[in-house]
Design a binder for this molecule. Sequence first.
Ligand code: N01
Length: 548
Amino acid sequence: MKTATQPDFDVVVIGAGFSGMYQLYRLRELGLRVKGIEAGGGVGGVWYWNRYPGCRVDSESIAYAYFWSERLREEFVWTEHFAGQTEVLRYLNRAADLMDIRKDFLFNNRVRSLTWNDTAGYWSVELEDMGAVPITARFVITAVGPLSAVQWPKFPGIHTFNGETYHTALWPRDERGFGGMHIDFTGKRVGVVGTGSSGTQIVQTIGPVVNQLVVFQRTPNWCMPLGNRPLTEREREEQHRSWPEIAAICEKSVSGFPHVSVERNAVDVPAEEREAFWEKLYRAPGYAFWLANYQDIIVDPRSNALVTDFVARQIRRRVKDPKVAEKLIPKNHGYGTRRVPMEKNYYEVFNQPNVTLVDLYDEPVESVTTCGIRTSRREYEFDSIIYATGFDAIIGGITRLNITGLAGRRLNDVWAEGPQTYLGLQVHGFPNLVTLVGAHNGASFCNIPRCSGVQVEWITELFAHVRDRGYRRVEVTADAERKWTELVYETANMTLLAKTASWFTGTNQNVAGRENFVKPLVWAGGNPAYRDICAEVARSGYSGFMFR
Ligand code: N01
């Protein structure tokens, strides 16, 4: 029987993705009583849900992994430079085996609300499947990831379509394995809405097999060749041999990826040299063009204009119909200021006679009908419609938890004008609540497996500090929160990212009140700086935190 002041658990961790699994494991090692809650039927987080055709990682497989586990690195065999979803999910399941983590998670259970009980000093965690009996925990750590709050478009009639409807982030699972259910699109008429990373991957995968494909594009993106190929045995051995160097590059890089920018400004480089460098970089795998480019391409508008012109020329070269090419070239943002989708044959798909690009700025959707999608010009008939319309990114995963803190204050109200946090980890007035990979956080705009791992270690140290001193309550001061939030804005405003509508800035046409919202939601000051700041906070005895 629990007493009024003794909660069921010391810590509840919400989410069994990369960060949640590792966090729960580390806190269990500290001897804390832990419980994990996961909405999915298994581990993997974003890789559990997103099983659409063509889904794969955009980061080098070896570096999109748990850096802390030498055993996993040694034993897991990546078959491609950039692994497919099935392989990433298999990797995460192997990691779950090694951590023996499943026994501590409650799967198929979604958190309905989190309510702070100030008298008892703990959180009540209400679950969708447990009726009125909430579980209680001294601390709650949200590890819901920046991309878990699935967003559908608000199209009138969306439920009236008689054909098959899919969302990339809710793809039906193949229960026999880690992949998605095989849906045979051969010979079908398919509509895809959305041209972010998910839309790009699905379009290039099904474009060559469908009878007819209509791609509904609102904002085009600056897509880049991924350069994926199978990893040979020799390359694998080489990667293992050079792991210390790869890890050191990730440590130094602003984004935690194995790419470091060139310490020169594009504007200062002679045009011919710059062009030759970009030609080479365009053919280099992964994020090289985005992250191993001149250091000022997303800082200085002049350099950004130069690089943008280069990439626009690549699109014009690859797309045969100049009118289609112009539609595919973004006009409202420069290269690299939004998340760059990675592709293989995305642009070439638009050269196929069975593929049509609908520019929703010219021809907006009016409704979904029983037969397809009606725009301002005509009705397109489909057998299947695939929504690749993304997420209420970064904040949606947290605000959908319906969190009520001290004095009945709702987090959704406190964050109405944008998130306020200290270190992207805690919010004033919400004691004992930690947002791992949350808003304003160093891991959210980073190689998440790498950067969240560093953060998990930091949080684990904080919890050891709390345990060793017998504290029951950790909260942050309003002053620390204000200063951190200002620093997040100041740092982001030094880049062009902060001025561009995207999920990094919380702009979302599908969320009421956020249509024109452009505020930095991520720490854009780089991974090393974030790590140093957190280390300094710990050294100072956790300045900005209050313990009781
Ligand atoms: O989502 P998105 P995503 N009417 O938000 C459009 C990661 N990821 O799932 O831009 C019409 O990027 C929307 O248009 P607009 C990666 O970090 C990684 O593709 O709002 N269109 C946009 O085109 C990525 O950034 C990988 O104008 C509507 C699209 O839907 C993040 O996940 C693979 C609409 C949504 O794009 C999110 O990617 C996949 C409407 N009402 C994803 N609503 C890999 O690494 C939305 N759109 C591999």
